[in-house]
Design a binder for this molecule. Structure first.
Ligand code: G3H
Length: 252
């Protein structure tokens, strides 16, 4: 993967409406050609709408926020990686902390979902990160490494070059608290060491930061070594904020 261009991913979470999305996407379209890669991860019911407003030629990629670990069959309510790929998704977020904490996804589930995404030709954005209690206990790097190892255990033989990693300290998500440049730098350096050891030094993996990224802190965070872009929650719902973050990623 090319890490010379930063990637900005908007994660709308469970927000949106047909009318509101159309308005937002009309503005987001201006992020195309800015000098960074951009993706929008919308709720399942709106994926087709995003694709219609932002087709592949728009230069803005489509992503989903979750995927089944299973391929096909009697799994009511699930959405398979093949379906997402069939629809035109490029990315899928896997193992977001809200999935882990609210929907009981454990490390093994996250690993199997990553495998399902890779097998379908999707680019999984695999989220890792520690709670505030884990940070206070001094086990942040241990927790992140455990989460990464669980993914590695499930993807033997698959194209690891397609994986994007996202470090999201759970205490910084939606809280207005942002990790300091020093905290982000330490974890991203550790993740880079891990990817080189486990994936091989010839594989370059994009490592995103997520957690209260705003126009006011984006440039500082994107300047931290080994930060290859951002996973943006709340600010991705406000067109001018999302565009400002894209400009920061492009180095404007
Ligand atoms: O996926 C995005 C992250 O959870 C960050 O969310 P946030 O920017 O609202 O803190």
């Amino acid at each position: 993967m090319d890490v010379s261009t930063k990637l900005v991913v908007g994660n709308w979470k469970m927000n949106g409406s047909l009318a509101g999305n159309a308005e937002l996407l009309g503005e987001v379209t201006k992020s195309a050609g800015l000098g960074c890669e951009v993706a929008v991860c919308a709720p399942f019911p709106y994926l087709m709408q995003v694709l219609q407003i932002l087709p592949p030629r728009s230069g803005i990629a489509l992503g989903a926020q979750n995927v089944s670990e299973f391929d096909d069959g009697a799994y009511t309510g699930e959405v398979s990686a093949r379906m997402l790929s069939d629809l035109g998704c490029s990315y899928v977020i896997v193992g977001h902390s809200e999935r882990r904490s609210l929907f009981h996804e454990d490390d093994g589930t996250v690993g199997r979902k990553t495998r399902a995404a890779l097998r379908a030709g999707l680019l999984p954005i695999v989220c890792v990160g520690e709670t505030s209690a884990e940070r206070n206990d001094g086990i942040t790097l241990e927790v992140v490494t455990r989460q990464l190892d669980a993914v590695a255990a499930e993807i033997d033989g698959l194209d690891v070059d397609q994986i994007v990693l996202a470090y999201e300290p759970i205490w910084a998500i939606g809280s207005g608290l942002t990790a300091t440049a020093e905290q982000v730098g330490e974890v991203h350096a550790s993740i880079r060491t891990w990817t080189q050891r486990v994936f091989g030094s010839e594989v370059t993996t994009k490592i995103l930061y997520g957690g209260s990224v705003k126009p006011g802190n984006a440039a500082e965070l994107f300047a931290v070594p080994n930060v290859d872009g951002g996973l943006i929650g709340g600010a991705s719902l406000v067109a001018r904020d999302f565009l400002a973050i894209c400009h920061a990623a492009a180095g404007d």
